[in-house]
Design a protein around this ligand. Sequence first.
Ligand code: ATP
Ligand code: LTN
Length: 339
Amino acid sequence: MDQQTEVKKKVMLSGIQPSGDLHLGNYLGAVKNWAELAEQFQCYYFMADLHSITVRQNPADLRRRSISQLAQYIACGLDPEKNTLFLQSHVHEHAELGWILNCYTMFGELSRMTQFKDKSAKNAENINGGLFTYPALMAADILLYQADFVPVGQDQKQHCELTRDIAIRFNNIYGPTFTVPEPYIPKVGARVMSLSVPTSKMSKSDPQGCVFIMDPPEEIARKFKRAVTDSDTENCVRWDPEQKPGVANLMNIYSAVTGLSFEQIEHDFAGKGYGVFKPTVGDAVIETLRPIREESSRMIAEKEYLRTVYTEGAQRASSVARRTLRKVYKRVGFVEKPF
Ligand code: ATP
Ligand code: LTN
């Protein structure tokens, strides 16, 4: 009976590039929501190390961050017994299906991806082929596991839509092969903006406007005190994302960490102004991140344990990925491997 329930569970899958330390945007837009899904879904989460080398990485830092990201996933509540946690490069099927899907993804589609446009503007000296074909590898990540849902922040919606188009295209040519996945985007926290430039998304490439999970409390307090609010003279905590993007961002963050509605927040801070609101949001974020930071630091030291987690994770992932890849090889016309 147990096994049958297991088989019927819908599949969730997501990944984060270990190209920087996890930040509040990654947490509220993605990881926080993952932990609650384990009972209801079959969940796979990985460190997207293959994706991260589309931007030049220091090898030692990449290795260290891939492991510390795993520790942070666990500290955020992802139980390795209930979720399959692994490193993307340990499951070679990702690269193999990635190549195949490249051949079913159009140049025009890839040219329209905003992440490609943003990253090539930021890395003008290294606009490599991998950066361009990145979405075909992301489609492979998702389709290998026949994922039903992909929990991500708003910025990944375009890639998820392209994955659907690729899956539908392949299924139309060869018959049903892939589950067509849907993005799973939270209502609050889906788009956390930079504290210094509230019209850009919070990103590790802007450390002043970015709150990292591992930042010490004093640092988080300092970043929130300096958060850019709005140049209006109103000094009033009111939800108006068009006119007041800085305040709206703080309200979004505060709502995501406390569960309070925007109306309730407006009511609680009526007449109090930004000088009171900013440090209050900072304190709420400090208390949310404190246990995660402490647990991550403790776990990073447990190297053998982490190694067991990612070894078992890759073995489990690979046994599923292998089945899909075999089916795809057959569909496209490759001769069956004799060994
Ligand atoms: P980069 O700065 O290189 O674009 P990143 O910091 O945005 O990277 P990713 O690895 O691209 O991090 O994102 C990991 C997950 O976190 C994705 O699901 C993404 O949608 C989500 N995410 C990233 N930034 C934010 C943000 N500012 N607000 C909400 N969700 C976010
Ligand atoms: N493209 C994503 C990371 C990523 C991903 C995935 C997310 C790679 N493969 C598969 C969900 C599913 C990013 O840059 N945030």
